[in-house]
Design a protein around this ligand. Structure first.
Ligand code: MV4
Length: 503
């Protein structure tokens, strides 16, 4: 086992990895930019190295500086977290060449899964269903037209090198195809330096469900069930849960078996995620892509399986066998995670950097906060504005939602705007509660919210009028006990919320 690990990341995920190392009695090395000298991950690690200016391109993306820090500190392995260099095959090769262990899959596996067309080919060869479409780039508009016609509209144009929806175009009919094809190609070229574009049949308002997989260097491949990640905004996940509200053991077993087939076919090692689109019409599912890293939303899987995914990653990288078998993976209850961002939901999620002047984290049964900040910390404009991932665990989905509502009411952040008020509303949304989730959720939720806002305004006026009339009567009759008048602001806030019916 390693005695010292360098964490090539920042924020909550660096803190999460340091926690696993501490439990395993492994010393930790942080790296940080000049802007992050006082960051939480630097305070938590046993030692820290400044690797350059605030811009990620000058610090967290500079592989050679990170490797130099690892050598200087005597670390034997590098954990990349997610983002930054976590899926950079060239970095992995440099790490290995420097005599260090990369905690993640081999570079060839990253490359095989990095290209979407190559990933589709691997899935097809493994006998896993993929969305009907091509596995070769479209060479001309003529070819795009013929292919689209053969699959039938609507179709999706996708960049092979793509990610985050870049270069993706939904095409409803042939009249839209020409400009969509040109735009998709030029966006792909500008974003990835590669204009290869292919076609898929479009799945209407699909669910995004992904399977966590784990593989060791001894040829064992297992899955840890699914996460429902349909609630996304601009291709960024916002709320994730495990299991999916569909909660169908047969579907889970089928998708799990397919995910394991993909992992085995590519010779996977470590933690990975196989993404699927699931049609809400007939629950047919299609392989989409495989992510070769630990994902942001891994805590919901940890909560329902009880397995520490970071500990397992470190074990696998050290050459140990997986500590569990497929039969050992048993789901307990339901977990929901909200990504807390330093963004203003009232201003179209505009980033809201600044100093956190007050921080009160929820406590009590079934709550887990994976944060990267502290009271007094500065949220910088230089990096992703996610300040914490807040997750709850209950015996079933209804209990998890109750718990999330209660805990979100306890959660207080001052000094910056956060997405907490947005989550408080979603937890009371009837469609969310019913679990009818698809990738169109946020757009539809915003529509419902507008309608509810108008209703609530009327109700607020009624509540305030009633409260004023009541207090007038009390003062007129001289009634009202001392305890009544001195009721805590907590309880008062709770009562007003209850009268409004919004928690
Ligand atoms: C699709 C699709 C429908 N049909 N592919 C979006 C990001 C990229 N990773 C894949 N995406 C989609 N691919 C076909 N053939 C719909 C989406 C999609 C989506 C997927 C998951 C979560 C949110 C989404 C929002 C819009 C579109």
């Amino acid at each position: 086992m390693f005695s010292k690990i360098l964490i090539a990341n920042r924020g909550e995920i660096a803190c999460r990895i340091i926690r696993a190392c501490r439990e395993m009695k492994i010393a930790t090395v942080a790296v940080h930019s000049e802007a992050d000298a006082d960051a939480l991950h630097v305070r938590m690690a046993d030692e820290a190295y400044n690797i350059g200016p605030a811009a990620s391109s000058e610090s967290y993306l500079r592989g050679e500086k990170i490797i130099a820090a690892a050598k200087q500190s005597g670390a034997e392995a590098i954990h990349p977290g997610y983002g930054f260099l976590s899926e950079n095959a060239e970095f992995v090769r440099e790490v290995v060449a420097a005599g260090l262990t990369f905690i993640g899959p081999p570079p060839e596996v990253m490359e095989s899964m990095g290209g979407k067309m190559s990933a589709r080919k691997i899935a097809i060869e493994a006998g896993v269903p993929v969305v009907p479409g091509t596995t070769e780039p479209l060479n001309s508009y003529e070819e795009a037209k013929e292919t689209a016609a053969s699959f039938g509209y609507p179709v999706m144009l996708k960049a092979s090198a793509g990610g985050g929806g870049k270069g993706m175009r939904l095409v409803s009919d042939e009249s839209e195809l020409h400009s969509a094809f040109e735009n998709s190609r030029s966006e792909a070229l500008a974003s990835f330096g590669d204009d290869a574009v292919y076609i898929e049949k479009a799945i209407q308002r699909p669910r995004h469900i992904e399977i966590q997989v784990f593989s060791d260097t001894h040829g064992k491949h297992v899955h840890l069930c699914e996460r429902e990640c349909s609630i996304q905004r601009r291709h960024q996940k916002v709320i994730e849960e495990a299991p999916s509200p569909i909660n169908d053991p047969k579907l889970r077993a089928e998708m799990g078996a397919c995910a394991v087939k993909v992992a085995a076919a590519v010779g996977y090692v470590g933690a990975g995620t196989v993404e699927f689109l699931v049609s809400d019409v007939d629950r047919s599912f299609y392989f989409l892509e495989m992510n070769t890293r630990l994902q942001v939303e891994h805590p919901v899987t940890e909560l329902v399986t009880g397995i520490d995914l970071v500990r397992e990653q470190i074990n696998v990288a050290a050459g140990l066998e997986l500590s569990f078998t497929q039969e050992d993976v048993v789901l307990t209850g339901h977990a929901i995670e909200c990504r807390v961002y330093a963004e203003d939901p009232e201003l179209n999620f505009l980033p809201s950097p600044g100093r956190i002047t007050r921080l009160r984290l929820p406590q009590g049964p079934g709550v887990r906060d994976d944060g990267g900040i502290y009271e007094g910390a500065e949220v910088s404009i230089h990096y992703d504005p996610m300040i914490s991932k807040f997750a709850v665990h209950g015996r079933d989905r209804a209990e998890a939602i109750d718990r999330m509502r209660r805990a979100l009411a306890e959660y207080q952040v001052s000094g910056i705007k956060t997405t907490l008020p947005f989550f408080r509303e979603v937890m009371n949304d009837e469609v969310f509660i019913a679990g009818n989730l698809d990738t169109g959720f946020i757009a539809a939720f915003n529509e419902r919210r507008k309608e509810r806002g108008a209703e609530r305004e009327e109700k607020d006026i009624a509540v305030i009028t009633a409260a004023l009339a009541y207090s007038d009567r009390q003062s007129a009759t001289g009634k009202g006990s001392v305890s009544e008048r001195q009721r805590s602001r907590w309880a008062t806030a709770g009562r007003i919320a209850a009268m409004r019916g919004i928690d």
